[in-house]
Write a protein that binds this ligand. Structure first.
Ligand code: ADP
Ligand code: TRP
Length: 332
């Protein structure tokens, strides 16, 4: 069977929340379980240091993201799971690709332009400068992708441009050196991925401070869920599903028939307080056992490390082989 290579990276600058779970982690784990795919997933810690200059956060986030994917059921027999910084060949490839990338291509990258626009709009810092890591980050992402000959790169919409740049750079290299060394990758955005709303009804995001953490005790989770905005309707008064973000969050964890029943209960006057108890319990059904696994891993970081090292050894065999061919092509 012709296997499709799927590769994606997760930037290690935060602690995963329910939005990341519903929109990225859960669908990726389901997709990786399909027979016709060969999947690669890595912790993009060199991408983390582009925007986050807090060493403790990078370190904590790297462990938390790793433990999260493992606790959510990532099968490391089937998915090559590694930490970017354990594969030094990626940085070697990054430099070689830098030498064939047109500056004009990087001038068009949204990520650094957005940072410049934000600084102008917010008049934050007169000494603000775009650092080279941010400016040339599409090249590092290109190295991540080309190194493992990925066909498909599942990403959010904001990342499509970077995958297209990876395609351009791969083509330019193949053409310049007359060898088909690199596979041309394609961005895959999932139209069906559900954008989870946060406590205030906007997209759940760490930048809005409206998140519900993924792994919590039932008591902590109830406390977080209680902060979801509702209105002043009394128990017994009919309520509509669009009157609070809690309905959409419930829907992300419930079956279709449970969702219909929940809407009916709200229409019939279910109290917001009761609805929040039902929601918190529903999330717990899916996440409580995963939380135990997560806490166990966080308490035993050497287990996480062993898994990442095994993944890195597997990945490096391939990385060394491709890098040797690339170096040979450029005359090194
Ligand atoms: P944040 O917005 O909290 O900074 P990230 O940008 O780090 O989250 O997102 C990491 C991954 O999680 C991406 O694949 C993104 O599409 C997904 N994701 C983030 N927030 C949500 C959300 N509210 N609903 C669905 N998916 C989300
Ligand atoms: N830049 C991506 C993001 O911010 C993460 C990432 C790094 C990535 N390298 C990658 C995603 C390679 C896909 C492929 O979300």
């Amino acid at each position: 069977m012709n296997k499709h290579r799927v590769l994606t990276g997760v930037t290690t600058t935060g602690i995963p929340h329910l939005g990341n779970y519903v929109g990225a982690i859960r669908p990726a784990i389901r997709a990786a379980a399909q027979d016709n795919v060969e999947s690669y997933l890595f912790l993009a810690n060199y991408h983390g240091i582009i925007k986050c200059h807090d060493p403790a956060m990078i370190d904590e986030s790297t462990r938390a993201v790793a433990a999260t994917w493992l606790a959510c059921g990532l099968d490391t027999e089937r998915t090559t799971f590694y930490r970017q910084s354990d594969i030094p060949e990626i940085l070697e490839l990054n430099w070689i690709l830098t030498c064939i990338t047109a500056k004009g291509l990087m001038n068009r990258a949204h990520a650094y332009k957005a940072a410049m626009d934000k600084n102008i709009a917010e008049q934050q810092d007169p000494d603000f400068e775009v650092e080279m890591g941010l400016y040339s980050y599409p090249i590092l992402m290109t190295a991540d992708i080309l190194m493992f000959r990925a066909n498909d790169v599942p990403v959010g919409r904001d990342q499509i441009q970077h995958v297209e740049m990876a395609r351009d750079i791969a083509q330019r290299f193949n053409h310049r050196f007359g060898k088909e060394l690199f596979v041309l990758p394609e961005a895959k955005t999932d139209e069906n991925v559900h954008l989870l709303v946060g406590l205030d009804g906007r997209k759940m995001s760490k930048s809005y401070g409206n998140t519900i953490p993924l792994f919590q005790t039932p008591k902590q989770r109830q406390k977080a869920v209680n902060k979801i905005v509702t209105n002043l309707k009394e128990p017994g008064e009919p309520k509509q599903k669009n009157e609070s973000p809690l309905f959409e969050i419930y829907q992300a964890f419930a079956t279709p028939s449970e969702t219909v029943a929940f809407e009916q209960a709200l229409n019939d006057g279910l109290a917001w307080g009761e609805a929040k108890k039902i929601l918190s319990a529903k999330i717990g059904e899916e996440l409580d056992s995963k939380t135990d696994v997560y806490n166990d891993l966080i308490a035993n970081p050497s287990r996480i490390e062993d898994i990442l090292q095994a993944g890195a050894s597997k990945a490096r065999v391939e990385a060394r082989e491709l890098l040797a061919q690339v170096k040979d092509a450029v005359g090194i």
